[in-house]
Design a protein around this ligand. Structure first.
Ligand SMILES: [Mn+2]
Length: 378
């Protein structure tokens, strides 16, 4: 029995953009950081349960980046275990996978009745690609298929067909929603997973996974454990939405001699992501940075093209919202008005809705004068 050191990461989303800002340099950088960790920590196995690419047709840059990453790992004699996620195209991701097998790179993108198993010394790795119940349809008769109502039923069925050897150590890779005690994992904005109205139809009960010493999960972008330390979402290596600004991104390092001895190694990005909030003046006095920035302006007065100015100070500012009493209203409620309401009456209703108060005398006089001059022009 030898000690195997494993690194778990997921949801690389290579090729991702945010508001047209490319993460290309950031992703290249973070993959190199992971390579450094693999070297420093003497990692033997790298597991990536899904969402290698952001799009089903990855850009050539994204494919090249991943190619280089795999080549680096292969040169270091590291075994790589990959399964597909919901963002990956199974056909594209599996390209070359038969040849890769010979170089200890195992990519599994389909399920044909048994989970593909890779044994390394006394550890069995089960590689389950992203699946939905309909993917099982061709594997059973109609009557049996009718009993699979949700992802939990699907998982039960899949696991009932496996003969898990309890004398060995067992690890599962999966790209799924795993819940504990009816609670869904903590999500963020970059996952873009639309939950059905029940919310739990796609979720798998963590207790189904009790036979595994460790479960390496992908799908949810925020790092977290589910029920026990050894069922985990590693989370993305980078922040991919502004909802993640306060998250700490990391990779998980596992030691097969003691699965409880889990290490979360923080990843330092090339550029961080920040939300700057304040009035325009306050923001313009904040320290300049190359971080990816979202600005939340609190000004009550309209500011003409603030982004232009903001970009001079924060060159990677990519999002701007106004957080004030005007903009925070989703929409002005439709109001019944008299059919023959005058332009002045219509405007006062509008003003009231927008500002939550009546116009002052000065404002009243001002709008009346504008309406009058418009009429005269007519
Ligand atoms: Mn993902």
């Amino acid at each position: 029995m030898i000690l195997i050191k494993i690194l778990h990461t997921s949801d690389l989303h290579l090729g991702k953009n945010l508001s047209e800002e490319s993460f290309y340099d950031d992703q290249k950088y973070i993959l190199d950081e992971i390579i450094k960790i693999v070297k420093e920590k003497d990692i033997n196995v790298v597991m990536i349960p899904g969402d290698i690419y952001d799009k089903s047709i990855p850009s050539s840059e994204a494919s090249m980046m991943f190619d280089k990453f795999l080549t680096n790992l292969s040169k270091m004699n590291v075994k790589v275990l990959i399964t597909s996620g919901n963002h990956d195209s199974n056909e594209r991701l599996s390209y070359g996978s038969k040849i890769f097998n010979e170089f200890n790179i195992h990519i599994v993108t389909s399920y044909e009745g048994h989970i593909e198993k890779i044994s390394i010394d006394d550890v069995d790795f089960y590689l389950l690609p992203f699946l939905k119940p309909f993917h099982l349809k061709h594997l059973m008769d109609e009557k049996e298929y009718e009993t699979i109502n949700n992802s939990n039923d699907m998982m039960k069925w899949i696991l009932s067909r496996e003969n898990i050897d309890k004398n060995k150590k067992n690890i599962l890779l999966a790209h799924q929603f795993v819940m504990w005690d009816g609670k869904l994992p903590e999500q963020c904005d970059s996952e873009s997973i639309s939950l059905n109205n029940v919310g739990t139809l796609d979720a798998i009960d963590v207790n189904l996974l009790d036979d595994f010493d460790y479960v390496a999960l992908g799908h949810i972008h925020r790092p977290q454990k589910i029920k026990r330390d050894t069922v985990r979402y590693s989370g993305t290596p980078l922040k991919y939405s502004f909802s993640e600004v306060n998250d700490k991104k990391s990779v998980v390092i596992i030691d097969t001699n003691d699965f409880e001895d889990i290490e979360l190694l923080e990843l330092k990005p090339l550029r961080n992501m920040q939300v700057l909030r304040g009035t325009f003046e306050e923001v313009m006095n904040m320290k300049p940075t190359d971080d990816i920035i979202k600005v939340e302006l609190e000004d009550e007065n309209t500011i003409i093209s603030p982004m232009e100015e903001i970009k001079k100070r924060f060159k990677n500012a990519i999002a701007l919202v106004f957080i004030n009493k005007y903009e925070s209203k989703e929409e002005i409620a439709l109001r019944e008005v008299k059919k023959d309401a005058s332009p002045y009456e219509l405007f006062s209703v509008f003003f009231n809705e927008q500002n939550g108060r009546e116009m002052t005398n000065d404002e009243n006089e001002y709008i009346k004068s504008i309406i009058k001059s418009l009429k005269e022009e007519e």
